[in-house]
Design a protein around this ligand. Structure first.
Ligand code: ATP
Ligand code: MG
Length: 217
């Protein structure tokens, strides 16, 4: 089977400083990958480039067999690749609105969105938070809403940026349980993280980013 995503040589510089100088990256369908690396190694930047929200010098790119256009991650891929920020931004509306937002942006009408949002709310275990203003949610609750908001779009690739970095105790366990399900459901995921429990999830493949290079470990 051809890979989900195939990247040939990626360079990213900020001013004089070359941050990323990757020879390549291949992501297979239905596999999960953890990317470790020191603070400042460039994990977030790599995820943002793959999500199409940060430019990079990319020599070759294929996503689901289709090539790169105009040196950027193409529009069709940007629909299929969802990036979840370490500190998810939620609109000051409601949990349900936030989860349904991406569907609405894709032109799915309210009647069709309803059951999808309900299912996502149940999946993330946030039903009891419907009436809570999103700004008042805890870090763990926001992360769960963000994971639901990503999953409801049924992306071909999830890019999760340190999804448990600011969580501990029960909140961390709940986020890991959701990610474990995404992995177990044969999702394709690239997860920047330092969390040993995530790195050691069954089936997880591992990359390490250092000195601008990505090495499978
Ligand atoms: N827009 C920018 N302009 C200049 N430098 C930047 C910019 N964005 C990121 N950097 C620098 O690039 C480096 C890599 O940042 P990045 O956030 O990708 O690292 P990271 O591996 O995700 O780190 P962390 O583990 O702390 O999240 C940092 O030194 C950062 O300061
Ligand atoms: Mg980061």
């Amino acid at each position: 089977m051809s890979p989900l995503l195939k990247l040939d040589h990626l360079r990213k510089s900020f001013g004089e400083r070359c941050l990323l100088d990757l020879d390549g990256l291949k992501i297979e369908v239905g596999h999960a990958y953890a990317v470790t690396g020191d603070n400042g190694a460039g994990k977030t930047t790599l995820l943002r480039i793959l999500a199409g929200i940060e430019p990079g010098e990319i020599a070759g790119f294929e996503f689901r067999g289709l090539p790169l256009t105009h040196g950027r991650v193409p529009e069709h891929a940007r629909h299929d690749i969802v990036y979840v920020h370490q500190h998810p931004y939620l609109f000051h509306t409601s949990v349900a609105h936030n989860i349904g937002y991406g569907l609405a942006a894709r032109g799915i009408d309210a009647a069709a969105r309803g059951p999808l949002v309900e299912e996502a709310i149940a999946w993330a275990g946030v039903d009891h938070l419907r009436g809570v203003a999103p700004a008042k949610l805890s870090g763990g609750e926001k992360q769960r809403v963000a994971l639901a908001r990503a999953r409801v779009l049924k992306p071909h690739l999830f890019l999760l940026d340190e999804p448990t970095a600011n969580l501990d105790g029960e909140a961390r366990g709940q986020a890991i349980a959701l990610i474990r399900q995404l992995v177990g459901d044969n999702g394709s995921l690239l997860i920047a993280c330092h969390d040993r429990e995530l790195i050691e999830l069954p089936g997880m493949r591992r990359f390490h980013l250092a000195g601008g290079k990505l090495v499978e470990t």
